[in-house]
Design a protein around this ligand. Structure first.
Ligand SMILES: [Zn+2]
Length: 249
């Protein structure tokens, strides 16, 4: 539930005209944008408007946070919740953007493309976001990955299960997720379809499976129909990238 002031602010934001320059940013970077039917695109643009206005955008290391940066990151986030609701992203309040791939101070974790592990904050590398979007069929997308973590965390704990639509969804979800997680851990899944990083833990598995769902939907459906089905049920339909990417990779 959102309060009346927030609801009013959102109503006003949604009724502002969507800037043409913002459409150009979305069209240039998000393969799904042109593939959406008009009514979905309209809903998507309203969500992007609210997301851009409501989040705190924090530049790191001299990053310039332009409209393009905000619109593209908002577009990447809103595509996950397009058929859910923007409220799934309400607990996310700040987005920190780096102009390069950054590293933790202790250097132990190597290069970081993005992080969503702190409550309310997502940290993204702008070049990593762009690289993920520029290859919409390679099964790797930093923004999709980090925003999947946000959905997961929104449900209270960081365990690979977001708020599902219905109580009855939790049983099949757990069974299918655990079975595929175990298969990935055992090396029984082609890492070209599901990145082996997903074997780290249940939270990473959900984020990696979400990347495959949005970037290789047809292949995922063909190879792992049960996994595809629980994700489609949660995200509310086939991704608008369905049919874009070849089923062979
Ligand atoms: Zn992750």
């Amino acid at each position: 539930m959102i309060g009346p002031f927030k609801a009013l602010r959102r109503w006003r934001l949604r009724h502002r005209p969507f800037p043409q320059a913002w459409r150009d940013h979305l069209r240039r970077h998000l393969a799904c944008y042109d593939r959406m039917p008009e009514d979905w695109r309209d809903r998507y643009e309203r969500m992007v408007q609210v997301f851009v206005a409501e989040k705190h955008w924090i530049p790191a290391a001299g990053m310039a946070i332009t409209d393009e940066v905000k619109v593209v990151i908002a577009g990447a986030a809103c595509r996950l919740v397009l058929r859910l609701d923007l409220s799934y992203l309400d607990r996310l309040t700040e987005i920190v953007v780096y102009p390069y791939v950054y590293r933790h101070k202790d250097g132990s974790k190597g290069a970081i493309l993005g992080e969503a592990h702190r409550w309310g904050t997502v940290v993204l590398s702008w070049p990593a976001v762009l690289a993920g979007l520029a290859n919409p069929c390679d099964g790797h997308d930093t923004a999709v990955h980090e925003f999947a973590h946000v959905l997961d965390r929104d449900a209270g704990s960081f365990n690979g299960t977001p708020f599902l639509r219905e109580r009855e969804d939790y049983g099949p979800w757990a069974r299918v997720m655990v079975a595929h997680f175990e298969r990935l851990r055992a090396g029984a899944i082609d890492p070209a379809l599901l990145r082996s990083y997903g074997a780290t833990n249940a939270a990473e598995f959900f984020a990696v499976a979400t990347e495959a769902f949005f970037e290789r939907p047809a292949s995922l459906q063909q190879e792992m129909p049960e996994l595809y089905d629980v994700l489609r049920r949660f995200y509310g339909g086939d991704p608008f990238t369905y049919g874009l990417c070849p089923t062979r990779w």
